[in-house]
Each structure stands twice: as structure tokens, then as C-alpha cells.
Design a protein around this ligand. Sequence first.
Ligand SMILES: NC(=O)c1ccc[n+]([C@@H]2O[C@H](COP(=O)([O-])OP(=O)(O)OC[C@H]3O[C@@H](n4cnc5c(N)ncnc54)[C@H](O)[C@@H]3O)[C@@H](O)[C@H]2O)c1
Ligand SMILES: [Zn+2]
Ligand SMILES: [Zn+2]
Length: 394
Amino acid sequence: MKGVILVEPHKVEVRQIPDAEIQESTDVLMRVTSTAICGTDLHFYEGRMPYNGKLIGHEPLGVVEEAGSAVKYVKKGDRIVVPTHICCGFCSNCVRGYSAACLTTHPGAAGAAYGYPNQGDYAGAQAELVRIPFADANCLKLPGEPGDQWEHDFVLLADIFPTGWHANELARVEAGDSVAIFGAGAVGLMAAYSARLRGASDVYVVDAVTERLGKAAELGAVPINFREEDPVQQIMERRKKKRMDTAFRDEHVMDGVMCGIDAIGFQARSREDYSKEDPNWVIAALAELVNPTGRIAVVGVFPPQDPEGPDPAEQKGELTVPWGKLFKKGISIGLGRDQDERYNLMLRNMVVNGTARPGQIVSHRIPIEQAPEAFAQFDGRANGYIKVVLDPRQ
Ligand SMILES: NC(=O)c1ccc[n+]([C@@H]2O[C@H](COP(=O)([O-])OP(=O)(O)OC[C@H]3O[C@@H](n4cnc5c(N)ncnc54)[C@H](O)[C@@H]3O)[C@@H](O)[C@H]2O)c1
Ligand SMILES: [Zn+2]
Ligand SMILES: [Zn+2]
């Protein structure tokens, strides 16, 4: 089969590799119809979370090619999407809804994923075929046919739409809330879209990439370019104007937002120079911007260590966090991986009943052979590359 191999930093190749196969009776084999490139893959591509020589990818949509003898509820020919995080469905974390912290799929740790370093060594999903363990727990059945109007909505159910929703759960975004999201990649855009679906009244999205900010505006958010002006000040100014219309007591200390979301992670760029990194900056901005009693969600990835990080604390996986300010404001913070199984059924139903169209953020659909060019462009956040879907059948 064809698969996308990360050869070395900044180099991927599409190679012929042995076909994925059923290994356990509880597996199915998926024939992939769409497989997306994620911002997470770029951490590997840039060599910051080393994964050289491996098949990458963790966002596949497809059809069951073959089902193991113990699989009961999924059959050959079923259209399915699987979450990034591989779960068993029966361990004490899975049954409590924490499928990204499954205790059996990566023994000795909590959580497994396809094509990801230190997540159980499962082969990646940017390939023609993928082995899906514990298929009855992981496969989400879908209506329709490959290539139909839902193809891009459904591929985003593997990771990005549930992650955007998860950010809103961690930040407890509710109807009428104000939300500031840092990062307008696919995760930030899906966080903004989810906030709007949940009834948030003011959603701000901060980035510096014009096409991505344009997409945020299309989704009903206010785009804020952090290179043009200080985003904290820009958002506070706008909030202050609104308060003049709506407040009924002296509420100036609440001129920030109730909810903040970090959808960037450890490779956040510096405000002064987009070519440099400044991992401490986003949490500092959020601590400033989020109101007393507010909530912050961090869904951008932070690895346990980052030896090539720009800051000595970051190299040890530590950040400078304004703890005192956060304490004084009584802010709650939630971090971590998307607990995909908790949301993907509900989000699928929102797609099927026409409430949600997450696929509108897909900017490119290209044959898998063009993965090297797509990685280079996406890594540059260039030329309108927002979310790339690879087609392994072309
Ligand atoms: N928690 C999870 O389960 C989960 C799931 C998927 C992805 N992720 C992580 O989420 C993060 C985002 O993923 P993505 O696919 O959207 O990636 P992406 O790289 O396409 O998007 C990140 C965006 O952040 C912007 N950015 C960089 N520095 C900034 C700053 N200081 N202020 C504002 N914007 C800034 C970039 O311009 C870019 O548009 C990654 O770290 C990824 O690994 C986490
Ligand atoms: Zn992903
Ligand atoms: Zn489990």
C-alpha cells in the first residue's frame, strides 16, 4: 500500500510499504477514502517531537475492508470514521468517558494514538489501509457513500471537530459567553465554530495568517491580527464598547472575556517576530484577558520536554505561568487531549441533521502522492493552506 513516511525533519515521502493487516480478532481493516494532515503532524515534521522513519497520520475516514472474527457491530462495507485516540471501551478511564487516557491500548501509560510518538507505536493513518484495534469501540458508523457531500465533514470527526468542541467543554463555553481563541489553525477554527454552535455571543480569534483570519470571520468570529496590534488591548477595547451598551452595574473589571482557549501549543510564535517562538506568551495574554471567575482551556500540545525549545524552562517542558494573577482572578484551567469518544457520536449527528458543516474549513483536497508538497506548504502556513485532506485513491 502507499503511505506517507516521515523520513527526517522537513522531509516526507510517499512510499510503497507492506499492507496493514488484521492482527487481533477484535480489529478491522479500514480502506481509507480521506486522511487529513494535522498541526500535530507538523510538530513531528519539524523534528520537535521526533518520529523519523515512521508512517504518520491520525485522522482517517473510510470503509471497512475486512472485519476480525470477534467484531460484532461493524461489517465489511460499513462507512466509518475512527478517533485519533485508540480506546478499548472497557477500562476504568474509557467507561468514565476519558477515551484519550485508555489504560489498555498503551500498557503502562494512559492513552494511545495512530502515527504518534510515545502513544503505543500504532501505525499511522496517511495510507491506503489502516488497522483499527478494538473496532467495536472505535468505529463510528456513518451514512452515505465515499465522496459524497459529507466526506470532509466526516473526516474532521476523527480529530479536529471533537478537539474544538473539547476546548469549549474545558472552558465551559455556554450561551451568551464571550470567548477568545488564540490560533486560527483547524483546531482554533473548530473551537470558534463550536463556540458559535453552543450560543456564545462574542467570539474572537487571534492569529497572524490572513487567510485563516478570513475563515474565522466566515465562521462568525471577530478576527484579530496579533502582529498589527496588541490582541489583549484590541479585544478589551471592543468589549468595553459593548459594556457601555449592556452593563447595568460598574462592571469595568469584566472588560475581558469569560473564556479563553489556547489552540496553538508549545510552538506559539512571538508577537514581535512571527519567525521566532515564544511559548510563554499565550498563557500570559490569556491570564490578562480572561475575566475574574473565567475559564481557560489549553488544547494546543505541550510535550513533556522540548530540547530545541527557545527558552531553558520550555526545554524541560516547563512554562512561565502568571499563577498569582490566575489565582487572584479565580480562573479555572483545563488542559489536555481531546476525549474524542465523548463527543464524536453527537457531532456526527449534528453533521447528518445539517446543524454543523465543519468541512467548510478544508482548503485543499489532493492526491496522497502530493503529500511532500502539501506538508511544505502547510508547514509554512502559506498560500491558504488551512486544512489539507489527502486522497489515497487518486
Ligand atoms: N488536544 C488535542 O487533542 C489536539 C488535537 C489536535 C491538535 N492539537 C494541537 O493543537 C494545536 C493546533 O493544531 P492546528 O492543526 O490548528 O495547527 P496549525 O499549526 O495549523 O495552527 C496553529 C495556528 O496558530 C497560529 N499562531 C502561532 N503563534 C500564535 C500566537 N502567538 N498567537 C496567535 N496565533 C498563533 C499559527 O499562525 C497557526 O495558524 C497543535 O499544537 C496541535 O498539536 C491538539
Ligand atoms: Zn490531528
Ligand atoms: Zn480503555
